[in-house]
Design a protein around this ligand. Sequence first.
Ligand SMILES: CC(C)(COP(=O)(O)OP(=O)(O)OC[C@H]1O[C@@H](n2cnc3c(N)ncnc32)[C@H](O)[C@@H]1OP(=O)(O)O)[C@@H](O)C(=O)NCCC(=O)NCCS
Length: 240
Amino acid sequence: MRHSNEAEGAEMLKALCTCARALFPKSIATCVGSCHSSASAEAEYPREAEEVAGVCETRRLQYLAGRRVAREALHLLDGPCGPLLQNPDGTVCWPDGWTGSISHTKAWCLASVARTSDCPALGIDLEETGRMNEPIARRVLLPDELDWLATSTKPFLSLAALFFSAKEALYKTVAPLMKRPVGFHDVRLSVEEVCDGFHFCAELLQPQRENRDIVSELIGKGVFCGPFCLAGFHRPVCPA
Ligand SMILES: CC(C)(COP(=O)(O)OP(=O)(O)OC[C@H]1O[C@@H](n2cnc3c(N)ncnc32)[C@H](O)[C@@H]1OP(=O)(O)O)[C@@H](O)C(=O)NCCC(=O)NCCS
């Protein structure tokens, strides 16, 4: 592990695992890993190695580490093993009957997976909270969302990072389901702070009725974890 302090790295890994697993019900398995572990430097499958041949080392490590933790998560649910290749749109080509989502920072990666019979779609996102700044917050959040942030006692930029993460997770969840991708101002998030984090509800501001239902049925959750914030959305089999 190339983290400055191995014990700190192990602590962070444990904390991220706990936080990430709290985002979803038990039918969705989540695993977390370091992008700098020696294991993630080696491709497990030649076809995955081919996909990242020629990219910069940071991206190669992120790609490989993400696939490694995705396979660990599949294994937790007795899922299939094998290469997880990229679709032309950048999404992962999950095995038939399975879905999932991957996110990484420079140092950490996480992946969540589920059987499509338990969860038809999901998205997860991990962000470094400190990377948020006021111009980005004002660009990605809607006036209603900014108003809510202003009323909270929590730091504005931290909450803005959490909202950003939630929008990224939502995007990953709905991208495979919708013909037209959603933009940051196409979805309004409302949030409720609960004892173990934040619950998100989403409303699609585009007119298509079918897509509105898809978005409003999603269940979203976000948490802070040390210098990071994480968010997850999933589509339940039987919407409430
Ligand atoms: C695709 C996107 C969500 C990736 O997020 P990111 O924070 O840059 O990067 P992350 O590390 O969290 O996620 C990367 C992973 O997302 C997945 N991904 C890539 N393109 C994707 C897409 N079109 N749809 C869903 N997932 C995608 C991949 O698994 C990728 O990892 P991999 O390349 O190693 O397999 C982001 O680049 C993007 O396009 N954001 C715009 C979102 C937006 O408009 N949101 C508004 C919604 S309200």
